[in-house]
Design a protein around this ligand. Structure first.
Ligand code: ZN
Length: 488
């Protein structure tokens, strides 16, 4: 859910155009929004937070603001963190002389550096309050320390996002189906939802049978919608729910879901369509990561991902050479989150590893004033991850009902070209293979062959997904008769 309304928030902040946005401004905007909801039930058509209420920002002014933010962030990092003090001393670089054009004199910070020694990135001028851990699907989790003020900013952003992006109102109930150990998103969602006056349910990443049952169960609360209306979930666990819902004959009308916010993983188009059909809700997504929040991205109607400029500096660079990625090519997101929105873990030119394509031509969409990339294509793990991105593979596989979800797949280098290994329900599956080959060719995927397996043990090692963070419960599935009795 977090970050869905970042673009709208930007419009609101543009009232304060041309001067620095203070963290307390974010909290004030969130507070005002909640107060308006409490009094009028809706944000109000003239809300300054809605799109179209602010003019464009002068590029010269934008550049000045960027330069000031870069210098302030570099100075704080060089003065107060062990890692960047060493970097700036080693280079003999004065942070206050940097400009957007000379910003690349600072070396890119690899993920491994933060993972290896998180304390070296914590500002000596801050008070670390919360240790946020990334999921670590790509290996060891990364530790990111948050101050109390940073948590407050995150909650404020999350509140605005829930109201404007997911349409959350006091009569609604939001369920969180992310991993229960993901403390930061859990606090964010719970705090923002209950501030709005809506109710909150923690489901966790449990057996999909249990999760669907929980979503369908009547709440019986006075003044509230009869069932859970909103859901925050990862893409792979959503796919596990879709699999179970389709397999066990759930109908969309069994649920009261209105809106599902998906984050953290690549959400393919076919999964989005199947989830909307199976669960009867609109599906939204946004880009956000623990290390770089509150910077983030929001999709437009033309399929770009647009990135905020107020809270951080975005670069799209080659994952190996760190040279800027030209239009039309694929690079990785390198992000510098600005002080004072971040004051605890400070990062300069942080290599997120998230692969995106730069648009061939300048966008002409409703968010054209914000930097645009493609949606995240996958995570950089070597040349193969760029040649055949995860998003292309999922677009191929998640459209096929004969492939169990979450889709299990592995790309293996096998000269003359990579082979895509896929787990299917049963073999032989000649028709499925033919379809996959045709669609892979049509999509221009540089594959030598597709190899189907019906035995997970025979499949080459596949990457872990968030749905694998399964939490145990003592509940067993309730009998199907209960589902029939649930409200349509
Ligand atoms: Zn766009």
């Amino acid at each position: 859910m977090f970050g869905t309304a970042l673009s709208q928030l930007r419009y609101g902040l543009a009232i304060l155009r041309n001067r620095r946005i203070r963290p307390q401004d974010l909290e004030r905007i969130a507070r005002d929004l909640v107060a308006t909801l409490a009094e009028f039930g809706e944000p109000g058509a003239d809300s300054a937070l809605l799109p179209g209420q602010a003019g464009a920002v002068d590029p010269a002014v934008r550049r000045t603001v960027t330069e000031r933010s870069l210098r302030a962030t570099a100075r704080a990092a060089a003065q107060h963190t062990a890692y960047y003090r060493r970097t700036f001393n080693g280079l003999g670089l004065d942070p206050l002389t940097l400009t957007p054009d000379t910003w690349d004199r600072i070396p890119v910070t690899p993920k491994a550096a933060l993972r290896g020694l998180p304390a070296a990135f914590v500002s000596a001028a801050s008070t670390p309050a919360l240790m946020a851990l990334t999921t670590g699907t790509s290996g060891t989790p990364t530790t990111v320390w948050y101050s109390r003020a940073e948590v407050e900013i995150a909650v404020a952003m999350s509140t605005v996002s829930a109201v404007l992006g997911m349409g959350l109102r006091p009569r609604h109930t939001m369920a969180y189906a992310g991993c229960s150990r993901a403390t930061l998103p859990l606090i964010n969602v719970e705090e923002s939802v209950t501030r709005i006056g809506a109710s909150f349910v923690q489901i966790g990443t449990v057996d999909p049978v249990v999760a669907l049952d929980r979503l369908a169960t009547p709440l019986g609360l006075r003044g509230k919608a009869p069932q859970i209306t909103h859901l925050t979930i990862s893409a792979s666990y959503l796919s596990a729910l879709v699999e179970e819902a389709e397999r066990s004959g759930w109908r969309a009308s069994d649920f009261g879901l209105e809106s599902i916010g998906v984050g953290g993983e690549v959400l393919s188009e076919p999964l989005k369509e199947r989830a909307a059909a199976a669960l009867g809700a609109r599906i939204s997504t946004a880009y956000m990561m623990t290390e770089t929040l509150p910077s983030g991205g929001t999709p437009c109607t033309e399929g770009h991902l647009h990135h905020t400029t107020e809270f951080g500096h975005l670069e799209i660079l080659d994952p190996v050479t760190h040279e800027p990625t030209p239009p039309g090519a694929i690079g990785t997101i390198v992000q510098t989150p600005y002080v004072p929105y971040r004051d605890c873990t400070l990062l300069l030119r942080y290599a997120t590893g998230d692969l995106v394509a730069r648009p061939e031509a300048a966008p002409r969409c409703e968010l054209a004033h914000l930097p645009a990339t493609s949606p995240v294509l996958g995570r950089w793990s070597g040349p193969l991850s760029r040649a055949v991105p995860t998003r292309s593979v999922l677009n191929l596989l998640e459209a096929e009902p004969d492939i169990p979800l979450p889709a299990r797949h592995a790309l293996v280098e096998h000269p003359p070209g990579p082979r895509l290994h896929v787990l299917v329900r049963r073999l032989p599956a000649a028709a499925l293979l033919g379809r996959l080959e045709d669609r892979a060719t049509a999509a221009g995927l540089a594959l030598d062959a597709i190899v189907l397996h019906d035995d997970p043990a025979a499949l080459p090692p596949t990457g872990p997904v968030r749905a694998d963070l399964r939490e145990h419960t003592f509940e067993s599935a309730r009998p199907a008769a209960v589902r029939v009795a649930s409200p349509a």
